[in-house]
Structure formats: C-alpha cells, structure tokens
Write a protein of this length. Structure first.
Length: 225
C-alpha cells in the first residue's frame, strides 16, 4: 500500500479535488462550470482504470502481446472529452468576439486532427500526439485569452477569488508540457522511465489539481462567470 501511494499519490489529489468540488458545488452550480465535478470524477475513474490495465494482466484492451499493458485508448478518448469541455467553458465566458472565433476555429481544428491522427498512430497502442499537440496549444491560447480579457475588467481585486482563474492556471501548468511528455513516451518507452518522465508527469498532474483545489477553497461567496 505504501509503494502504491508513493507511486500514485496524484490519485489522492484527484479524490480531494472531487470532494472539494462537491462540497463547494452550491457556489457555482448555475455557472458554466456546473459539470466540472463530473469531469473530475471521469478523470479519476480513467486514471484508476488506466492503472489496472497497465499493472494487472486481468485488465486488457490492447490484444497485442508487445503492448498488452497499453492503456492509451482510455486516455485518447479522455483527451477529446477534456479538451472539448474546456473549449466550451472558455468560449462561454469570453466576451471578445475575435477571441471566441479563435476558440471555435481551434476546436474545429482539434476535432479534424483527432479524426486524422488514428491513420498515423494506432489509438489503442499509442498516444495521439498530433491531436494532443494541437489540443494543448488551443487550450493554452484559450486560457491566455481569458486572462487577457480578465485583466481589462473592473473587478480586478476579486480575481484571486475567481475559480476559473485558478483552473486556468492549473491547465497552463500541465498542458505547457503535456505534448512533450507524450512524444517522449511514443519514441522511447525506455527513456520515458530512465529520465523519470513519468514522475514529472505525475508532479504536473498534482500541481494542476492542487490549483483546482485552491480555487475551490478561495472562490467567492457566489461565483460570477
């Protein structure tokens, strides 16, 4: 159990984030983030299922002996849902028309690349790195555009209590590195383990969800989005 928690401590942070998101739900239940606890729960379940597939022979989705441990299909599907969810969130909260147009175009591009990517990389065996790269870039830009618009609003003093600001910060921390992490895994499983890329990946997850938790705790009496 100690080894499990040491190697998968980020699962505890997922669970804490889910609990806090539910406890604080009444403060944002009627905003664009009302489905966010479902996304966190889906993330947590995906990680647990991915862990079982990777480490236990009884759970398997890639019936290729060399890649029997592969859980990439779980996360390839997850990435599509996660990216599209946050594109929708930032598209809804951003008021500037040209920023919204960019997010619309970026979301469409991401969908197109996600459809094309499986022709170049088997989605059951490999991360869809082209889709991940495009998806991460569009999400990062959406967050930065939201931050830029936020700075121009009058309620600057309340920004630190803005849940979406903390969520956006967490997303920036993780998705600035995500394409690089997945590309490393694709080209060399050995280097992924030798250079502790997996540990760095888990650290980024922990930092992202810690930012989410801080946002839930610090958010104002009623969230305005």
């Amino acid at each position: 159990m100690v080894d499990f928690l040491k190697n998968n401590y980020f699962l505890i942070i997922y669970a804490v984030a889910l609990i806090v998101s539910i406890v604080r739900y009444r403060r944002y239940f009627d905003t664009v983030l009302k489905y966010f606890p479902i996304i966190i729960a889906y993330t947590f379940l995906s990680e647990v299922l991915g862990f079982l597939i990777r480490d236990y022979e009884g759970f398997q989705i890639a019936y290729i002996e060399t890649y029997s441990y592969s859980n990439n299909l779980i996360f390839n599907i997850f990435d599509i849902i996660f990216f599209l969810y946050f594109y929708h969130v930032f598209w809804k909260v951003i008021a500037t028309r040209r920023y919204r147009k960019f997010i619309q175009f970026g979301a469409l591009l991401f969908v197109i690349v996600s459809i094309i990517n499986p022709f170049f990389q088997n989605p059951i065996v490999f991360p869809q790195t082209y889709a991940i790269t495009v998806g991460s870039f569009v999400l990062i830009m959406a967050v930065l555009l939201y931050f830029r618009e936020l700075r121009s609003r009058e309620e600057k003093t309340t920004n630190s209590r803005n849940l979406l600001l903390w969520i956006g910060s967490g997303l920036l921390i993780f998705y600035s590195f995500y394409p690089l992490l997945m590309s490393n895994w694709l080209w060399s499983r050995v280097s992924y383990e030798y250079y502790y890329v997996g540990e760095f990946h888990h650290l980024l997850i922990a930092l992202m969800y810690t930012a989410f938790i801080i946002g839930f705790i610090r958010m104002g009496r009623r969230l305005r989005l």
